[in-house]
Design a protein around this ligand. Structure first.
Ligand SMILES: [Zn+2]
Length: 530
């Protein structure tokens, strides 16, 4: 037998952006062995590709799955979309390294993402070894929130030279262990307390290993151009390639500026700085609700924040400044109706309500309803924010250097009730780009949409032999019906599975076949340099 499996008579989209061609795809030993006219009787197993497209598996370049995969390793919400590889550790949040005496603080700053992972490791290497077999491949990043919290707690100040050295050593250890780069979340404490010089010094360590600098920028609203300039300067100063996370323009006052952003990025690219971006195909964002508050409030982690909210004088100041951030166009939302509760541990029935509705129910001002909810949830509250304009989303999507990343946050784990209302992007991102934006709206051609989910992210990440249908490449593949593929997850029913995807292979093993999960776990950690 020459092949373990052959996908017969499919149209092949190879992931490079080229037009589809008809071929069989032969797989052996987890790799694509041959693409062409192949004989079925040379194969142990076959899948008919009649009337279907086969393309490389989708690479979700922006996830927070490190806080979910350890407890939900089969990740059905991902495999059903055709995702075969996830990049973890984004926005500054990685579960490792852990400094034992600051583990409590780390849990607090990551709490809005956490599903109850064990943190039973200290180094990044130990953490990678502890990961269970999962359905998808994992590309890990090390996060600045985690590293800074471990080295100096949640404090609004520059690091002492010795603390910077500790952070650099942590990044080096993570890179040695196989991380692909450093991420920052410059709206999140304590990452937001780091200045450009500190981050450049840390990104330099990642660059020494060929890694990248991935950033959730300081400001995605009125100050977005300045934020892009900062990311570019960190790339220049460190030598790391730059990946701008979930590029967008937030707050109605800034809508229509997508073209300005893209020109700023093109200018840096023309000067030879390696800058690429990713995007999720929705007009709502999702993150911890505490991020609507001013940054000084977060010092000392959730304990510090809640104490300030309970104190009459500081609460009045927080209240005033929060309202001012919204009024001035600096906050991502322009009005309270646009902020929806996604997860509230203290008030699970509120999931799905917007802050104006909660305020009406509780007979309070919306700002007070939010502050009281943050106290009751110990700042873990997760929200969804309708803060973008679809025209901007479309303009950004058309740019050839923008890859697709879900940024999904899913707090559900098998066998446990899940009262949350997650953002549908965790469940629908990839089929939505293909079905809604390529087929229905013609924003992209189908080969281009697939390129943005496959060879583009593989090239950005310098992943060897992933992201293309070509001989010798890993057999991460998706088989779908281009006439019907689409997302069905909505804000009201976020867990609905997409339609039109028949089979998904990870390292040659089906994780979805005949439209059904197989519950196989063939994913591996793709360590940098391995
Ligand atoms: Zn982010």
């Amino acid at each position: 037998m020459k092949f373990d499996l052959v996908i017969c008579d499919a149209e092949v989209l190879d992931g490079t952006g080229a037009e589809a061609f008809r071929a069989d795809v032969g797989i052996s030993g987890g790799r694509i062995a041959q693409v062409g006219k192949l004989s079925r009787n040379q194969a142990r197993d076959s899948i008919s590709g009649e009337g279907r497209l086969v393309c490389p598996g989708f690479i979700d370049i922006h996830t927070h799955d490190d806080f979910n995969l350890p407890l939900n390793p089969l990740a059905h919400g991902k495999t059903r979309q055709g995702v075969t590889t996830v990049v973890t550790g984004n926005c500054g949040f990685s579960p490792a390294p852990v400094v034992p005496e600051r583990l409590g603080l780390l849990r607090e700053v990551c709490s809005f993402l956490d599903t109850g992972i064990s943190y039973g490791w200290s180094s990044f290497g130990e953490y990678l070894h502890s990961l269970p077999a999962s359905a998808v491949n994992i590309v890990p990043l090390v996060g600045h929130v985690t590293v800074r919290c471990g080295a100096m707690g949640v404090e609004e100040r520059a690091p002492k030279p010795a603390e910077l050295k500790v952070m650099q050593a942590m990044v080096a250890e993570a890179m040695e262990a196989g991380a692909h780069g450093l991420s920052t979340g410059l709206i999140y404490p304590p990452s937001c307390y780091g200045n450009t010089r500190e981050i450049t010094a840390l990104a330099k360590v990642a660059a020494q290993y060929g890694g990248g600098y991935f950033t959730h920028m300081r400001d995605e609203g009125a100050g977005v151009l300045k934020s892009i300039d900062e990311a570019v300067s960190i790339g220049k100063g460190s030598g790391a390639y730059v990946q701008i996370s979930h590029l967008k323009v937030t707050n109605p006052g800034n809508w229509g500026r997508a073209g300005e952003l893209l020109r700023r990025i093109d200018r840096a690219r023309a000067k030879g700085v390696a800058v690429t971006c990713d995007q999720y195909p929705y007009t709502a964002a999702s993150t911890g609700m505490k991020t609507l508050l001013p940054q000084w409030v977060h010092e000392g982690g959730s304990d510090g924040l809640v104490a300030r909210l309970k104190q009459v004088k500081s609460r009045a100041k927080i209240r005033r400044e929060t309202l001012q951030l919204i009024k001035s166009g600096t906050a991502r939302i322009g009005k309270w109706e646009d902020a929806v509760i996604s997860d509230s541990p203290s008030n699970p029935e509120s999931a799905g309500m917007n802050l104006a509705q909660l305020a009406a129910k509780e007979d309070k001002e919306p700002v007070d309803a939010m502050l009281d909810l943050l106290i009751a949830d110990h700042a873990k509250t997760l929200g969804i924010y309708f803060c973008m304009d679809e025209q901007d989303v479309i303009e950004i999507m058309r740019h050839p250097a923008i890859a697709v990343g879900s940024d999904g946050i899913f707090l559900g784990i098998p066998g446990k009730p899940d009262p949350t209302m997650p953002h549908p992007r965790y469940f629908g991102t990839f089929p939505r780009v293909v079905g809604r934006y390529a087929r229905e709206k013609s924003v992209l051609t189908l080969p281009e949409a697939v390129r943005k989910m496959t060879s583009l992210p593989a090239d950005i990440l310098r992943l060897p032999q992933r992201g293309r249908v070509a001989e010798g490449y890993a057999a991460d593949l998706v088989l779908f019906d281009p006439a019907i593929i689409i997302d069905t997850a909505t804000y009201q029913e976020p867990r609905r599975a997409p339609i039109g995807i028949d089979a998904v292979l990870v390292n040659g093993v089906p994780v979805l076949r005949g439209g059904r999960e197989t519950d196989a776990a063939p994913g591996v950690v793709l360590r940098r340099g391995a």
